[in-house]
Design a protein around this ligand. Structure first.
Ligand SMILES: *[C@@H]1O[C@H](CO)[C@@H](O)[C@H](O)[C@H]1NC(C)=O
Ligand SMILES: *[C@@H]1O[C@H](CO)[C@@H](O)[C@H](O)[C@H]1NC(C)=O
Length: 384
């Protein structure tokens, strides 16, 4: 009999939810994603929930759950999530910081778009999915769900996804919010996938993925996180009626790399050849954790670095890197404060310099934290 157990866990969870106290208020949110597969990396790359500092983040998001064959939420890796305790560990972090909100992300790039397109297409599927979400997040003591459908209408999706996504969000929101759970979504910087004037009505937060504007397979070099198009994306959400406080700007704690066709031609837009670059720890073609980039820079493998449009590129022999560093992340965080947006999101904790091997521990997240907490207007507000 699973039901009485579930009900009990449910009641305990809902009734023990901490009251929203002033002490938990933050000038801006710091939303930190954790990629659960980081537990499989070797040596200094290994990152598990013990490496998370829950006092640096206002929100932590465990990535990713997916959809099972019935299109209901399910673990994608029962070894990491259950056998090795990922799901119960992550929500236990609330013991170290009662203010932190812990959400579960469902979706992600690897899940593709088609299952989500089918699930969103009928009220029956949407209801069953929302029921399964409520059960799952209650059982594991999460504070909310983060929907990361990449992306409605694309990658095998259909035109109707755009409106079905809105109805899906409404269904999930109405199902979970009476119990105090929050609903956020992660959206691509590309706005064409979204019915912007409707979405904000049914979600608490919108995480704008302000990165991956170039793919590692591109035949020319380009910037992953250039700020001008990302600001244009933010403005599109604002102009569509989204309250600024619901918009969370995503910054990368990682970069993309390319192999140059000609090492002496290392500008933005230079020709690339088949990628062989990547990091020894993350072991993904065309991808480097921030700590892997810092290692290249420290060892003198790089011949030059430039800042362009509030993001960075470096060329290192025949490799070309695009990434954000502490300086560009501070600039972006300051923009969030100046525009009174809801906060900053980072993908991901496990690719930051979380051990402080090359500088500050949790270099990128610490930069966001320090920028927000040293903002002058914060002190003014305290004296009101
Ligand atoms: C959960 O915590 C245990 C005990 O600290 C740790 O050994 C394990 O690696 C953690 N699991 C994950 C997935 O982080
Ligand atoms: C890259 O590919 C595009 C078409 O996808 C083509 O127009 C362009 O010439 C290519 N550039 C180089 C440098 O190969």
């Amino acid at each position: 009999m699973i039901f009485p157990t579930l009900l009990l866990v449910f009641l305990v969870n809902v009734c023990s939810r901490p009251v929203e106290a002033d002490i938990c208020e933050s000038k801006a949110k710091i939303v930190c994603y954790f990629a659960s597969w980081a537990i499989y990396r070797d040596e200094d790359g290994m990152f598990d929930t013990n490496n998370i500092d829950p006092t640096l983040c206002t929100d932590i998001i465990y990535s990713f759950a997916g959809l099972d064959i019935n299109l209901q939420i399910a673990s994608l890796d029962t070894n990491a999530d259950i056998n090795r305790g990922g799901l119960s560990n992550i929500t236990a972090l609330k013991e170290n910081n009662p203010c932190v909100k812990i959400s579960l992300a469902v979706g992600g790039w690897g899940e593709g778009s088609i299952k989500y397109s089918v699930m969103a297409s009928s009220q029956d599927y949407r209801d069953k999915f929302a029921d399964s979400v409520l059960k799952f997040i209650t059982y594991y003591n999460f504070d909310g769900i983060d929907l990361d459908w990449e992306y409605p209408t694309s990658r095998g999706g259909i035109a109707e996804d755009k409106d079905n996504f809105v109805v899906l969000l409404k269904t999930v929101k109405e199902k979970i919010s009476p119990w105090g759970f929050q609903l956020s979504i992660a959206v691509g910087a590309e706005t064409i996938y979204y019915n912007i004037p409707e979405i904000y009505k049914y979600v608490d937060y919108i995480h704008i993925m302000g990165y991956d504007l170039i793919q590692s397979t591109s035949n020319v070099t380009g910037l992953s996180a250039p700020f001008t198009p990302i600001k244009a994306s933010i403005n599109a959400w604002l102009e569509g009626g989204t309250p600024a406080s619901k918009l969370i700007l995503g910054v990368p704690a990682y970069g993309h790399c390319f192999n140059l066709l000609d090492a002496s031609d290392h500008e933005i837009g230079s020709a690339t050849t088949t990628n062989t670059c990547g990091g020894a720890y993350t072991d993904e073609n065309g991808f480097l954790a921030y700590y892997e980039i810092l290692l290249l820079l420290k060892n003198g493998y790089c011949d030059g670095t430039e800042v362009s449009d509030d993001t960075v590129y470096s060329w290192c022999g025949d490799e070309w890197l695009t990434y954000d560093n502490e300086e560009t992340v501070a600039t972006k965080t300051q923009y969030v404060l100046d525009q009174s947006l809801g906060g900053v999101m980072v993908w991901s904790l496990d690719t930051d310099d979380f051990l402080g091997l090359y500088g500050n521990k949790h270099a990128i997240v610490s930069t966001i934290y320090n920028t927000i907490n040293s903002d002058a207007s914060l002190f003014l507000e305290n004296y009101d």
